[in-house]
Unconditional design. Structure first.
Lengths: 303, 303
């Protein structure tokens, strides 16, 4: 089978054998933002046509490809939602051959007695697949998970079902501050080496409870007064935003969190969680492929 | 005398009579960002040369014109600082004729036992003049003040001296989210009418203690699920960031805050403060002219 993670900015695919092991992986800068309506079949054919030659080829996709701006809109499943609900609500692009995994929606408590804001909706697309893959890989039924990134997701799983989740615009805030704010004049313009100490100092300050609106400005003043060298500032700022994200989570000291993401990001979160007294179990892209493979196993196939 | 508020993005001036009353005001889009090093005298002459014709003309300026990127660097006064210290440390561009009021610096508690971050510096330029002007206009010796804007300043005054202050990047965060984030795709691109109810709902949600990293995303989902109309979203987002700023202030219910700024902004802060149970006394540009005029009175002049 072919497993696809088709997101906003990238398109990644893996060819899996019957045991779910990865035979080959490919990655393209063809996120859905680069694809015009109607062009999805052609992009798919160009990138993965050769892998779909076999007569019983099956392709499952997750991510923003199932949004209104994607190939085919796959309506959200409402939380709480388990693996079985997701697998039963695939949106078929070509029946029996190409399908999209639905995203999830949930509602968090908003403002009591204000009708239109009593409950505030949240959404995910793609992360649900990584989560069920991770639960299977780790043999877990109950967990708190975080999927860090542009829009980090914090996810509560109980008895194998996703109960609720919430989105934090952590990666996007970092990029906005890094590239478009007054801080961009102080921070070095190119990439800098990761500065462990400065990152941990940023996390520590954020965990002390100051608002990000205030701590972000310290990136500028610490530089103005030569307290931190310019090369340390990006790591310090990264620590401030990730620390703010962690501060907002109800986690007990001594508890454990599953972190799913790239190695660079999961390592940062592991360091930051340690400063909060919380252990991390880290997983990478494998969670996506395992999740899609597990969904494929639920389908009654001709062969 | 001539009083000037020369900031990052704008240049405003007022001609005052001997009682400190405003005779005439002028405003130019000639903030220091538009002025090259060495060009300050020429810009000054073009904008205000006619007002400086009198033989005993005096000009006092406050704002970023005293920064390293300004006309002449006026070293910061350290907090606590009173009116007398500010007035005694003017940086003279032309002795007896043109001077710049120094800004302030202070240090807030940072991370204990981390040498370079035990104290975290903060700075202001221009606001100190507005503050002393406001204290004089209101006859106050003790007050909590806020000067909202791109970088809001919260200022503690005791016995007529500025004890400490802190900067919140509220206006800049709003602009970043409005113009450069994923929310910019959901929000209307042009100006919209201020929506009181949506603003107050944003403030209320922020005051409940959620992180801005999370509440900002609700601007998108509330729109996706048609809970808020697009025209209400800018006011809602403004409420979220201002509410986050207010949540971070240690203010008792029933207390009072002096708000100095444009009418549009001070009205928003007054509404938001009311939801926090705090009263507001609002002041505008007059605070700057009064502050500069009061400093001029301390100078021994030939006539």
């Amino acid at each position: 089978m072919l497993a696809l993670d088709w997101g906003t900015t990238s398109l990644r695919g893996a060819r899996l054998d019957v045991q779910g092991q990865v035979l080959e992986e490919r990655s393209f800068a063809r996120g859905i933002l680069t694809v015009q309506a109607g062009e999805f079949p052609a992009v798919f054919e160009t990138c993965f046509g050769d892998w779909m030659q076999a007569p019983d080829a099956l392709c499952l996709m997750s991510g923003m490809v199932g949004s209104r701006q994607g190939w085919l809109e796959a309506p959200y499943c409402a939380c709480p939602a388990g693996f079985a609900e997701i697998a039963a609500q695939l949106a078929w692009v070509e029946p029996g051959r190409i399908a999209i995994v639905p995203g999830l929606c949930c509602e968090m408590d908003g403002i009591p007695n204000v009708k239109r804001l009593e409950r505030i909706p949240d959404v995910m697309r793609g992360e649900e697949t990584q989560i069920f893959g991770a639960l299977q890989l780790l043999g877990l039924q109950d967990a708190l998970l975080v999927l860090p990134g542009t829009h980090s997701k914090w996810v509560q799983v109980r008895a194998g079902r996703i109960q609720s989740f919430s989105t934090f615009m952590t990666g996007e805030f970092f990029a906005l501050l890094r590239q478009h704010s007054i801080l961009s004049r102080t921070l070095p313009s190119g990439d800098t080496e990761f500065d462990d100490a400065a990152f941990e100092q940023g996390v520590t300050l954020a965990l002390r409870g100051h608002s990000l609106l205030q701590t972000a400005f310290s990136t500028r003043t610490l530089s103005l007064f030569d307290r931190l060298p310019a090369t340390a500032l990006p790591s310090y700022l990264s620590g401030l935003v990730i620390g703010e994200e962690l501060r907002a989570q109800p986690m007990a000291v001594g508890s454990s969190v599953v972190v799913i993401g790239s190695e660079a990001l999961t390592q940062r979160y592991q360091k930051a969680l340690a400063l909060r007294g919380v252990a991390a179990q880290c997983l990478g892209a494998k969670a996506t492929w395992t999740g899609l493979w597990a969904i494929a196993q639920t389908l009654a196939r001709p062969n």
